[in-house]
Design a protein around this ligand. Structure first.
Ligand SMILES: Cc1cc2nc3c(=O)[nH]c(=O)nc-3n(C[C@H](O)[C@H](O)[C@H](O)COP(=O)(O)OP(=O)(O)OC[C@H]3O[C@@H](n4cnc5c(N)ncnc54)[C@H](O)[C@@H]3O)c2cc1C
Length: 463
């Protein structure tokens, strides 16, 4: 049990940090994230920290009194991870939003955790550089991206957020400040605490400063939209594409039905909507002949693998329109149904065609509409089970059975619970099923080492 925040705590917090940062009139939306199906939180007070010292003060106070702390960025999580299940303080790092420096010499940027993905991307772009991770929700904070080890479209070529984090400053549950990682190229210096914090969903420490890698921005980028007669043929083309000497930057799959949801939601059409299934591929290069050669090789391979056509998107307008449609899929599906649940498994890419056939068969046999799209090149699927007009009692009985079937099958194929959205409280049971009790025991030990009294984001990842 955690101590409930009372009037005396509010006064004490207001004495410790600028009182304007302590908010008791809670903003709408603070008690949910982007997946309302996982339920609401019970935040008692919002503290908008602006400095590392603020974080130290608040954590010291909460630790001494056993008050629960839920770190939060933009609240765009999809697993209930930024929701205060056990009341207490929501500690928002959204206002710690300074880009402190971008250093072309070490090719790094030092930022505060509340910097938005879109702000960092634009700022480095203006300097001819690239921050490579590209998760779909551009208004997420980089702190949230680090805490969930966010993935996104460009993971096929560049990897996920973890691969672009050089160093972190963080505050432990008792208010102790730590620095982990370094801007040097190699590091074999003991246990990697930085990597433990990445993906820890606010359960181990509050991240207060992040050093990210930046890369030279490729000069030319082109995307291909490739229609197929069916989704299985489209997905069977993925492993051969990944075996070509040059990796695509993105390799996404989608079906006509999702494009229709997106058209309904956005009021705008995609490049083409005449075929049942599509792949989208992007390539980038610094010289045009190299890019043309990449495109020729990919087009020849795709045609041999059953592609019905290869459409080129090479102007800024076309590229933006196409990626805007892709970026809207989640919201479009959410908009199409009163309630939905999401699966974010990541599978070996060669198993995806068979797995999706099973998903479709389950949809038919259960009568539940299931939509899917995802990052075909890295095996990360987004699968949405839509309630539509199904009666609540039937839906509540059916949903866990369908989830159990889909997760169990994914694990049997060598898949993991979450490719990029994390565990939060929504997927704890499936994490346990997937990794087993010995691994959960180790995770509990890690949690206890960082946060012995368990005040940081209680109820998330593990019990
Ligand atoms: C339309 C849409 C598309 C999306 N697309 C993608 C995608 O392509 N790839 C992907 O990976 N995700 C995606 N997401 C999920 C979401 O955007 C990411 O999980 C994102 O990283 C969350 O960032 P946030 O700032 O909103 O964090 P929040 O939701 O506020 O928090 C997420 C987690 O991070 C912790 N946290 C936040 N800040 C800190 C901090 N400073 N210190 C410690 N812990 C902290 C929280 O406690 C919580 O556990 C998408 C979401 C939406 C709604």
């Amino acid at each position: 049990m955690f101590k409930s925040v009372d009037a005396q705590d509010i006064l004490a917090l207001k004495a410790l940090i600028d009182p304007k940062k302590v908010i008791t009139d809670l903003p709408e939306g603070l008690n949910v994230d982007e997946m309302p199906i996982y339920g609401k939180g019970n935040a008692q007070v919002l503290v908008n920290v602006e400095t590392t010292d603020d974080v130290v003060e608040v954590l010291r106070y909460a630790h001494a009194r056993h008050i629960a702390i839920t770190p939060r960025g933009s609240g765009t999580s999809l697993v209930g991870s930024s929701v205060a299940l056990h009341g207490g303080i929501v500690l928002s790092t959204a206002k710690m939003n300074k880009i402190k420096r971008i250093d072309p010499l070490t090719m790094t940027a030092v930022i505060e955790p509340g910097v938005l993905l879109m702000s960092l991307a634009a700022e480095v772009d203006a300097k001819g550089l690239l921050y490579a991770p590209d998760p779909g929700e551009k208004s997420a904070t980089i702190g949230g991206n680090v805490a969930t080890n966010a993935g996104g479209m460009r993971a096929v070529k560049y990897g996920v957020t973890r691969d672009h984090i050089v160093a972190l400053e963080a505050v432990l549950a008792d208010g102790t400040l730590i620095h982990t990682g370094s801007a040097v190229a190699k590091d074999s210096s003991g246990y990697d605490l930085k990597d433990l914090l990445i993906g820890s969903e606010g359960t181990l420490a509050v991240i207060t400063e992040i050093t990210v890698k930046v890369l030279p921005k490729p000069k030319f980028t082109v995307s291909l939209v490739i229609p197929f007669a069916d989704i299985t043929t489209a997905l069977q083309a993925v492993p051969p594409l990944m075996q070509l000497p040059d990796r695509p930057v993105t390799l996404e799959f989608m079906e006509k039905e999702v494009l229709e949801d997106a058209k309904e939601y956005l009021g705008k059409d995609f490049a083409d909507r005449n075929w049942p299934a599509y792949l989208i591929l992007s390539y980038s290069a610094n010289v045009k002949p190299a890019l043309e050669s990449l495109l020729d090789t990919a087009s020849d391979t795709l045609k041999k693998l059953g592609a019905k056509d290869v459409f080129l998107s090479d102007t800024t307008d076309r590229l933006q329109a196409m990626w805007a449609t892709r970026g809207a899929f989640l919201e479009a599906i959410k908009n199409s149904t009163p309630e939905m649940d999401e699966i974010d498994v990541c599978l070996p890419i060669q198993t995806i065609p068979g797995y999706l056939q099973e998903v479709k068969a389950l949809s038919v046999s259960s009568g539940v509409r299931i939509r899917s799209f995802g990052h075909a090149g890295d095996g990360n699927l987004h699968i949405y089970l839509c309630k539509d007009q199904i009666e609540a009692s039937r839906w509540n009985a059916l949903l866990p059975q369908l989830l159990d079937t889909l997760y169990t099958r994914a694990f049997a194929l060598g898949g993991v619970v979450s490719g990029e959205h994390g565990i939060g409280h929504a997927k704890k049971a499936y994490l346990k099923q997937a990794v087993g009790e010995p691994s959960i025991r180790l995770m509990r030990g890690i949690k206890a080492a960082f946060d012995p009294t368990g005040i940081l984001n209680p109820g998330k990842i593990i019990d």
